[in-house]
Design a protein around this ligand. Structure first.
Ligand SMILES: Nc1ncnc2c1ncn2[C@@H]1O[C@H](COP(=O)(O)OP(=O)(O)O)[C@@H](O)[C@H]1O
Ligand SMILES: [Mg+2]
Length: 304
């Protein structure tokens, strides 16, 4: 019959897979140099980040992690200028053409030093600030603020001065301020590097919650490889402005020699398996990256 397809219907697993893998951020041949700098801070970056991924960016100081993140929210090249070649697309929108103010509603960002991000006299006002900038009426702010503070575990501290909070609480407040704007993508630039160990765990747990429960795409620059191994599902390694590894945590951390050559660590359990292989000829099928995997690896290796 006319108009009716004679082909069998497509199996729906294909559709499901496609739905799962929706690109949200695409770097296409991006090369960027800061003004008056001869050496590009980023070179030939081609990268796709999919919706809902928890992406860790790993690299030495000066590798280009912050620069890469500032390209996602469009601050580069719209507010920080330089030589910008190639394209960055967020939700298919070209960052060079889309207004940075509007992009801030899609991409939330927190930085390494929580104190510097806080300016208000109370926790509630701190979260309200971004909403005021968005033009949200005061009556509508209350539930949004409550919700953001609850998500980061700061409910009940609305009236507290941000400066009376611990480092971990301050960073979670900075996250709540960004969260109130309901971004779809959360970019975190070494958010735990200036806070104590307990604060670090709190912040990492909140980042995981945003990803798992709120289904946000999280992009985290982070030094602690154990944290990356535990939470990330996509790892990017940048070295001297270039992406040298891009894959799952297992794929990336299996490159022990390559990582150590440039001065980056791998998780301790991975290092352990690597040494057993190199020094004792132990067969390693897949390098463990987490404790439970290491336990399994040890059980398989030493059973006999
Ligand atoms: N505002 C800037 N002006 C000029 N050069 C910069 C600026 N910010 C960073 N750079 C340079 O760009 C390179 C990448 O820096 P950055 O992205 O901050 O690395 P990371 O975040 O990995 O430490 C470094 O060589 C750094 O010195
Ligand atoms: Mg940085």
């Amino acid at each position: 019959m006319a108009g009716e397809s004679l082909l069998p219907p497509l199996p729906n697993y294909g559709y499901k897979n496609m739905a799962k893998k929706k690109p949200v951020i695409e770097f296409r041949n991006l090369t960027f140099s800061y003004q008056l700098q001869e050496i590009p801070a980023l070179k030939n970056i081609n990268l796709t980040i999919y919706e809902g991924e928890y992406v860790a960016i790993l690299g030495l100081n000066g590798a280009g992690k912050t620069t890469l993140q500032l390209c996602i929210n469009g601050v580069i090249p719209n507010m920080i200028f330089g030589d910008f070649e190639g394209d960055v697309l967020v939700n298919g929108l070209n960052t060079q053409e889309y207004p940075t103010r509007e992009m801030a509603k899609i991409v939330g960002m927190v930085f390494d030093n929580p104190e510097f991000q806080l300016t208000q006299t109370s926790v509630a006002e701190e979260v309200a600030l971004g909403l005021e900038n968005l033009g949200i009426p005061t009556v509508e702010m209350h539930p949004i603020i409550e919700d953001a503070l609850e998500t980061v575990g700061l409910d009940g501290l609305q009236e507290r001065s941000p400066f009376a909070l611990s480092g971990g609480q301050q960073q979670r407040l900075a996250i709540a301020s960004a969260l109130a704007m309901k971004p779809q993508i959360f970019v975190m630039d070494e958010p735990t590097s200036n806070i104590d160990p307990i604060g670090k765990e709190e912040v990492i747990a909140v980042a995981a919650k945003l990803n798992k429960e709120k289904h946000m795409t999280v992009i985290l620059a982070e030094h602690e490889v154990e944290v990356i191994a535990q939470f990330a599902d996509h790892v990017i390694v940048i070295h001297e402005g270039e992406i040298i590894l891009d894959g799952t945590p297992h794929e990336v951390f299996a490159q022990v020699e390559k990582l150590e050559k440039i001065g980056l660590r791998v998780p301790q359990v991975t290092e352990f398996a690597y040494r057993l292989e190199k020094e004792y000829g132990v067969k390693v099928k897949e390098y463990p990256i987490k404790i439970d995997e290491a336990e399994q690896f040890a059980a398989d290796t030493f059973k006999k």
